[in-house]
Design a protein around this ligand. Sequence first.
Ligand code: GLY
Length: 375
Amino acid sequence: MSASKPILIVGGGVIGLSIAWRLVRRGQPVVVLERDRVGQHASRVAAGMLAAAAEVGYEEPELYQLCRASLQAWPGFAAELEAESGLDLDYRSFGTLVVADDRDAAAALRRGYAFQQAQGYPVQWLSGAEALDLEPMLSPRIVAAVSVPEDHAVDNRALLTALEKAIRKHGGQVREGAQVERLDTMPDAAAVVLAAGERLEGSRIVMAAGAWTSEIKDWPGGTAPSIRPVKGQILELQTRPPFQLRHVVRGRKAYMVPRSDGRLIVGATSEEMGFDPHLTVGGIHGIMDGAWEMVPGVLDQYLLSVDVGFRPASRDHQPLIGFTADPRIFLATGHYRHGIVLSAVTALASERMLLDGVRDETVVFFDPSRRQTRS
Ligand code: GLY
């Protein structure tokens, strides 16, 4: 292996691009190989919530702490990327309001609140009236809410554009329409073979192919990591004054993430439908019904777009970050619902492991050696 060979990054979503940016800015040649167009799939069809508390389950304290570590890294990560790309990421430091509209929902919210407190997260319990004071667009039916002031948000589409721009600025290559069909690892070479037949050698290969990871053939040892697509449908609205949300608002059936320019992202379904690309009336109805129950004024806003994406889910719904048994193959995939928030910590840890040879304690729990392969 020659040190002058590039690191090949398979996947041009937020994880692949973030890692490529961290590597290329240190002078490491990189080639990003994206099967379609960069940033078109799960990373684009996302809301950009930088939320540790709102999306992680009770049985996932390690994932929760990883999200928190990423949240702490995000302000610096965003500021550096904005400076290098010259683009505004619409990084917003308002918090999340997790709301409950009946007694059952309030009881579930109370359990989540206790978990978050036990994890040391600064959260505040609010009555319905207190929540309405903070967020006047809420429905008067809201009976309770938890305020999570440390949750932030970013415009994920701006983030993807900025990453690509910064990579290219540093001389990194980003190749679109470059579908990796299989790995080709021999004792003296680590390579990928594209569907079109081209073979590319690298010093290392970073597998960040998201929901498509398991489709790639010929993994060393014969076993691909098990990553499945979990379909999500999401809406983008253009809001009109006087409608304005001051927080990310989420309930049991929907979440809403406001942008500075008045757009509002409303999501999302979670469907075990494989790579089914269709929008469904029921999916959109379910999201809007949940959104309307929390914020009735949302129904008067303009619909801009509706999209489908595929979250990459590992067997335990937690990411795989680190070297495989073959030290030339590095995994950064399976980020499921948390790709945008975890992009910062994943990229920083990957940079340390790939360029400095340092074992990174923040991601050690997410080492790919845990049993995740397809048998
Ligand atoms: N993180 C938002 C979602 O997966 O829908």
